[in-house]
Design a binder for this molecule. Sequence first.
Ligand code: HEM
Length: 444
Amino acid sequence: MRQAAADAKRTSSSSHGGGGTGIVHDYRPAVFPFYEKWRKEYGPVFSYSVGNMVFLHATDPGVVRDLCLCVSPEDLGKSSYMKTTHHPLFGDGILKSNGDAWTRQRKLIAPEFFPDKVKGMVDLMVGSAQALVRAWEERVAGTGALDIKVDDDIRAYSADVISRACFGSSYVKGKRIFAMIRDLQKTVARPNLLAEMTGLRFLPTRTSWAAWRLNQRVRRLILDVVRESGGEDEGNLLNAMLRSAEAEVGGGSASEDFVVDNCKNIYFAGYETTAVTAAWCLMLLALHPEWQRRVRDEARELTMVIQETLRLYPAGSVVSRQALRELSLGGVRVPGGVNIYVPVSTVHLDAGLWGAGAREFDPDRFAARPQLHSYLPFGAGARTCLGQGFAMAELKVLLALILSRFEVALSPAYRHSPALRLVVEPEHGVQVVLKSMWPVDGPI
Ligand code: HEM
């Protein structure tokens, strides 16, 4: 098995040879070698167990369609698998909660991402994107062309946007908080399967102590910002959550928990996902200069390019659920307690759903709306991503500004190697060559 994974890794991790030849967008054999092997052996629906946990792996369109249509929080919820290990990161926030607790949080947070609210955040996105583009312009000036790994700068953009949106004028402190949550994420991201499967997870370990300490610091800092804001209505997410929490759960530590946990959830859900999507999108645009031209001519085309990026490189690689009671999905009986995994990239590359060219980059396919169950970059059913409008706006602002200033080509140093680190990201970063299209003091 290990050898199969290593072989697959070698074939998908390739230097692209200058013009982008040799890049294979289908990363499944490298990133999910076991699932691919089992799917080929057992078909689109199979189950396996780890200790006493049962997993149903499904890519059958009937199962996926029923999963998308199931909106009852009593039937399907988020898996309790890893809940204890990941508790310092997610707490009881929206991402992992179920039942009434989830319904209440969703109702409170969703309005903060309604289109009119997102529209009000576009200016702050433009401000952050302009800072990035200006910095690149300065580096390009004098050299004519800049060979650059874009990932860190894009991450800084994503962190800046989400900090400003969440923390308003305290966004500098917000960025420190998010940096700490990132450390927390790294600490809890090392899964301890044995601990999950046994009572040992309740015993403190060095990692769990480190996570606990980090968590306390994050909590103190978030509550500091809340106190500093003095309840002033700044129109940022933090204040909105505070208002909601006080109205719903009353003051005191329950409302503090609500705010702290959901700050961490929003950060986790919105930061890395958006940054990684922007990086993959730049890689694909660098490979396809004809699409750079089309996007410059017609803004609508940018939406299609982003949609196609999310099809080929979905940041959320798996839609996971737990059957909270016995269900039937696409004619398959699913007993209560079973964990359901839908590998998004397999659905997105299904030739039956997307045609023979499913593995190729072709944004034109999004001229028509895809079928509900064939496109899951933002998840499925009642639990779909709350921030998708926000993420799309953030991506459009950044990419439109970059393309209005630069021609983008893939660097000869780029190595294509998608790797799973909670989200599927470019293992060695995305390295491109930027050429300025305008004089450096031109308008942005
Ligand atoms: C390109 C960027 C993004 C991608 C690909 C993405 C993807 C996802 C996915 C796959 C889920 C799980 C859905 C499911 O299980 O059915 C999710 C949930 C969620 N996302 Fe996003 N997301 C992105 C950006 C954002 C942003 C920017 C925010 C907020 C600022 C956000 C907030 C959330 C929240 C709150 C949930 C939990 C929804 C619930 O459980 O009810 N996401 N996202």
